[in-house]
Every structure is written in C-alpha cells, then in structure tokens.
Design a protein around this ligand. Structure first.
Ligand code: DP6
Length: 335
C-alpha cells in the first residue's frame, strides 16, 4: 500500500491559491492531559496512532500564536519573545508545518508563540503549540477550515495536538484510513464542573528523550507493548462509563492504571526509558497513602517526571494542604 505524505493529504483540502494576511490577534489553544494515553504510531509521517485516546483540556493553560508577514527576507520564529536560531528544533518543526500550507510560495513569515506552561516539561506544550499554530495558519491564510479538519492537520504537527483544538473532554479516534482523515478528535458533550487537576512539578528541565522518540522506541523494542492496545481500548470504554455516570473513583482508577501501564511499556523498552525521578516516586507513594487514608485522589503522568493529580472540588482544600506548591486547574471553570 502506498503511504501518503503530509503535503499530499493537506493539499487535497486547500484552495488553489491563498492570500496571506498578517494577524493582529493571537490564536489560543489549551494544553491537554490524556486520561487514556496516545502511545505508539501506525504511521510516523502522519502521526496516526495505534490506539484511540481521551483527554481533558487545561482551560487557560496553553499556547497563543500569531503569524505575520516577515519584514526581512527570512522566516522568523519567536518563542516566549525570544528569536530562535533557524536550526532550533522547535523553529524547524514550526516552519515545516507552515510549509504544508505555504506550498513553495514566496512570503517569509514571522511566527510568535507564547506558552504559559513550561515548555517540554511533560506538560504537553507541543499539543497546545501545534493546535494554536493550526488555528493561526487558518486565519493567516483565510482558510476557514472546520475544526475537524484543523484537528487532523494539527495531528500532523504533533499527535496530541489533535485534541487541543477543543475544550473539556476530548476523544481522538484512531481511525482506519491510510490518509488518516478519519483520525481526528472531537469534544464530548459531558462536562464535569467539580473536576480538578493539580500539577506536581518534579522538574521543569528539558527531558532527555522526547515523547516522539520514546514511543517509537517502545513500539520497536518492548514485547510488553503488545498488550497496550487492549489496555487502552478497555480503559477508553471505562472512561466513557465514568464520565457518563460521574463516577470519580472509576475515572481516577482508570486514568492512573492507564498511565502506569504506558510507563510499564516504556520501562520494558531497550534502552530502558524511565522518565520518573526519585521525587516522582515519592509523590506516587504519598498519593497512595493519602488514598488509603480516605482522600479521593489519583494521578496520571506523561512522558516526563511530573505528576498530574485528579481530585474533586470538595477535596481541594485537603489536597492542597498536602501539596502546597501544586498549581490547581478547574478544566470546566469554577462555579
Ligand atoms: C505521553 O503528541 O507529543 O503525552 O505525535 O510524536 O508529537 P508526537 O507525540 P506527542 O505524544 C504525547 C504522548 C503522551 C500521551 C498523550 O498525550 O496522549
């Protein structure tokens, strides 16, 4: 079967020519945390996943981006106000993404991105980054693409970005098609106003192995990975039940077991991948102890050492007393 390139897929949906126009305002996209993780690809070019995933968006925490026509003759990428070197890996990815839409036309761009979350600290800045970039591209080129298409295209920048086009609970369907155009995310109707997410920052340093290389290594070397698609499918259906019936214990248990199962596949890779630091493990034990003592809290972790804690609004004071430095997010707002 012939594989598709990103450029081929995107070109099918674009008008013959586009008229870029500098943006005044920034586009914003929230970061998201997966309760059922995306881990492993069936197509690395298009970021097509081996399993469907489900996340919750982080409200006001995320990225904002705007695109301008550059004054000079060269593309410029600014991250948090700082001009990046052209060979910087973030700058290269941003320009490669824009090139899917620029299609060889001669107009250098200036891309300005600001994150209000620590970049590359396991808090998914690539997800909000590419979702905000997609929205900015849509405006800059006046494309008016619907959000499903934007989700599919953002996925080509970074898989988890497909989910960051939306607020609240979001499900990314793995899809079946070779061109990936059924591998898109959509929001769930259900809301959960009492849900809280706490960020326990163990380290905000750049991680040595990014999630992209991490998941490729896991798929290529860990036999344990074979059980992952089954775990993910079962967890996804449990999460739907938990969300429909507002069953916090089921939500928390499923998210925590899903994260630990994903980490088990990483640890079983070669060379081994262990994103946890000693403080991550200390925090896990503390959460398990607090739970044994009757407090309702669970954790999830992505490809990094930081923990994201799930709890209910009613327990917020008690949880914050245990983790005084924790930043708390209300994904559905505070009533
Ligand atoms: C552990 O979306 O960063 O956070 O598609 O290669 O850019 P690429 O990977 P990325 O992977 C995220 C992995 C994860 C789980 C998740 O967010 O679902």
């Amino acid at each position: 079967m012939l594989k598709f390139t990103k450029q081929q897929v995107v070109a099918e949906y674009l008008p013959a020519s586009v008229a870029p126009q500098s943006m005044d305002d920034f586009s914003f996209a929230p970061s998201n945390i997966a309760l059922c993780k995306y881990w492993g690809k069936r197509d690395a070019e298009l970021n097509l996943p081996i399993n469907s995933s489900l996340s919750v968006s982080l409200a006001h925490l995320g990225s904002k981006t705007r695109i301008l026509l550059a004054d000079g003759g060269q593309d410029e990428v600014l991250l948090n106000g700082e001009l990046l070197a052209p060979d910087n890996s973030f700058a290269t990815k941003v320009i490669a993404f824009i090139d899917m839409f620029r299609r060889g036309a001669d107009h250098p761009v200036r891309v300005e991105t600001e994150n209000n979350i620590p970049t590359a600290a396991g808090l998914a800045s690539s997800a909000s980054g590419f979702a905000a970039l997609m929205q900015a591209v849509d405006q800059f080129y006046g494309l008016q693409l619907d959000l499903s298409l934007q989700s599919a295209f953002a996925r080509m920048g970074s898989g988890s970005a497909s989910r960051s086009l939306f607020n609240g609970f979001v499900e990314w369907q793995m899809g079946q098609r070779e061109d990936g155009m059924d591998s898109i995310a959509a929001p769930l109707a259900a809301e959960w106003p009492d849900l809280r997410i706490g960020l326990i920052k163990v380290s905000t340093a750049q991680k040595p192995v990014d999630s992209r290389s991490g998941m490729n290594r896991t798929v290529a070397t860990a036999h344990l990975y074979q059980s992952w698609p089954m775990q993910a499918a079962a967890d996804l259906s449990r999460l739907h039940t938990a969300i429909e019936s507002r069953d916090f214990e089921l939500l928390g248990q499923t998210a925590e077991q899903n994260a630990l199962s994903m980490h088990a596949t990483m640890i079983a890779s070669w060379p081994p991948l262990l994103y946890w630091q000693a403080d991550s493990v200390t925090a896990m034990h503390k959460i398990w102890q607090l739970r044994a003592d009757g407090l309702g809290l669970y954790f999830t972790m992505d490809a990094g050492p930081n923990l994201k804690v799930l709890f209910s609004a009613a327990d917020e004071a008690a949880v914050c007393e245990q983790f005084p430095d924790m930043q708390v997010i209300a994904p559905f707002g505070r009533q």
